[in-house]
Design a protein. Structure first.
Lengths: 111, 457
């Protein structure tokens, strides 16, 4: 991809990012951070590419280290975010305690 | 094996990028957040599968093995970590992400002679390693592997300036020569800069550092996307950069300070370590039974939890107390200050874990106008975030910090361990006001006593 297209994508992504993230409820700032953390774990794709091109064993070793780190970031990030979000329950789900709360599907407004 | 057509590859990466945006959008409400996160995880899976079928890759068994190792290490930790330790874990994941980005950039250096790509490489190397080392030091502070107090030594600003100057010089040299050895030197300088950046930051300011490093890793990943010409990495990294930037600004605003002031405050010696002197002025101390009566016959109660509550592991007892009061027909809410806890929004997670429904978790802007309708504000393990000195005393270190307006409530009850001032080391005038009463003791014990007394009413 040429430089100009990458620049275009980057600038648009900046605006989309600010737009989407500024709408995140401050109640969910911790899951936002761990979720965003998980998303940057996608560097795994880059790590896989460099590992797949490595011919020299030393280069392969460094690349595999990057794969391990990136996987830990990606998998750990999504798992822990899911666990956290599972805890945020609506009043009616808390009232029905005992059974693990399913994903809140209430139609009424959360407020 | 035939490789996937490049058009399909691009489309699949685009789909993954859209899924990431949807994941963040899901977080606008707790109702949709969990589904959003799963969509994001699916996007990640899609992208990883795509890279395997679209690029000519050697060493595939090794790569799969490394993915298995990373998963085996991270998943159990993520599943078992306590919610109070969430800031450490986020710092850790953030650091390894930054480290991975730096390693990827290092290995790409030999594949390019384009000065623009080399520029993106040195940026990734520097920012990635700063994030790695900074996150590592943050982790060590939060895990109490080292002191949480600011670490300052004479000449620190000079050392920091020298390291940064050397880093910039080395970066320029790498762009010009493409030397691998210089690139490694740049990484070492980045590690040093990251550590030096975080060492002088005190425990109370950690939320802002975590947010900032989050933005750094995002930028490093975006830059590595430029290096590899991969749009997905660019979009994902930029999204994270935006989120980290917004959170950093939100945290700084919630502390009434500037980001630069927090990061460099300790350099100038103006760190947030105040007096620990105990005042001799009289206060109205109260018994658990008195507190229970105040709460039990109120109509509207607002509970203000601070990190002291989490330290005492009292979240569950606080949630039970709220439930007991609601059973008496009392309207109960939790008022959450943005900096309550050790990372942005931390207190919400701790209370959600204790089964407080998310409708009861009110953010500062939403609840502040409601204190004047409240009969009782119950402050548990919080001090600075309700200290009126932030509004009235311009000399105070917390001056300008937005606070929860508990003083507007008819009665204010503090559950406190002692009269020692809070983190910022400033006296709280509210403690001596006539509408205030205090119940001394460990937050969890006090709450349990009050809960028992409320049930006996």
């Amino acid at each position: 991809m040429d430089g100009m297209s990458l620049l275009t994508v980057t600038v648009l992504a900046v605006f989309v990012g600010f737009e989407v993230v500024s709408k995140v409820s401050s109640t969910l700032h911790t899951p936002l951070m761990s979720g965003a953390n998980a998303i940057h774990g996608i560097i795994l794709v880059g790590a896989i590419i460099v590992a797949g091109q490595a011919a020299d064993p030393w280069i392969l070793a460094v690349a595999l280290l990057a794969v391990v780190l990136a996987t830990a970031n990606l998998v750990g990030g999504f798992v822990v975010t899911d666990r956290m979000l599972h805890m945020f329950r609506a009043r009616k789900d808390v009232a029905r305690q005992g059974a693990p709360a399913k994903e809140a599907t209430g139609r009424q407004d959360a407020k | 094996m035939t490789l996937l057509d490049p058009v399909w590859t691009s489309l699949l990466y685009l789909a993954a990028a859209v899924f990431f945006i949807l994941a963040l959008r899901g977080l606008s409400s707790p109702r949709t957040a969990r589904r959003g996160n799963l969509i994001g995880a699916f996007g990640a899976l899609l992208a990883v599968v795509t890279v395997f079928v679209s690029a000519r890759l050697d060493n595939i068994p090794w790569i799969i093995g490394a993915i298995a190792v990373g998963t085996a290490v991270a998943a159990p930790v993520a599943r078992r970590v306590q919610m109070t330790q969430m800031p450490q874990l986020v710092a850790l994941f953030n650091g390894v992400g930054g480290g991975a980005a730096a390693l990827v950039a290092l290995l790409e250096l030999s594949h390019t002679a384009d000065p623009w790509v080399r520029l993106a490489i040195v940026f990734t190397l520097l920012v990635g390693t700063v994030s790695f080392a900074g996150s590592g030091v943050t982790f060590a502070k939060l895990q109490e592997l080292m002191t949480t107090r600011p670490i300052v030594f004479p000449g620190l600003p000079v050392v920091m300036a020298a390291v940064l100057l050397a880093a910039v010089g080395t970066a320029v040299a790498v762009v010009l020569t493409g030397s691998l050895a210089l690139a490694v030197l740049l990484m070492v300088l980045g590690l040093a800069a990251g550590a030096l950046l975080v060492l002088p930051v005190g425990g109370a300011d950690v939320p802002i550092v975590i947010s900032l490093l989050n933005a750094f890793t995002g930028l490093a990943v975006a830059a590595s996307g430029v290096v590899l010409g991969n749009v997905l990495l660019v979009v994902a990294g930029t999204l994270v950069g935006a989120s980290g930037t917004i959170l950093t600004r939100a945290m700084a605003a919630a502390m009434g300070r500037s980001v630069a002031g927090i990061l460099f405050g300790a350099f100038k010696g103006g760190s947030t370590a105040g007096s620990t002197a105990v005042s001799e002025r009289p206060v109205r101390s109260s018994s658990a039974e008195d507190v229970a009566v105040l709460l039990g016959y109120a109509q509207r109660v607002i509970i203000v939890p601070g990190y002291g509550l989490a330290v005492a592991q009292g979240q569950h007892t606080a949630a039970e107390l709220a439930l007991a009061l609601e059973a008496r027909g009392i309207e109960v809410d939790f008022a959450i200050h943005p900096v309550a806890g050790r990372m942005p929004g931390h207190m919400n997670v701790l209370l959600a874990e204790a089964n407080v429904p998310y409708e009861s978790l009110k953010e500062m802007g939403e609840i502040n106008s409601e204190f004047r309708m409240a009969d009782v504000a119950l402050v548990v393990g919080a001090n600075d975030v309700v200290n009126p000195a932030a509004k009235t005393s311009s000399g105070s270190p917390i001056y300008g910090m937005p606070i929860l307006e508990v003083a507007d409530a008819r009665q204010v009850i503090f559950l406190k361990r002692s009269m020692r001032p809070g983190f910022a080391g400033i006296e709280n005038e509210l403690l001596y006001e006539p509408q205030t009463s205090l119940l001394f003791g460990d937050a969890k014990d006090s709450l349990a006593k009050v809960l028992g007394a409320v049930k006996a009413l």
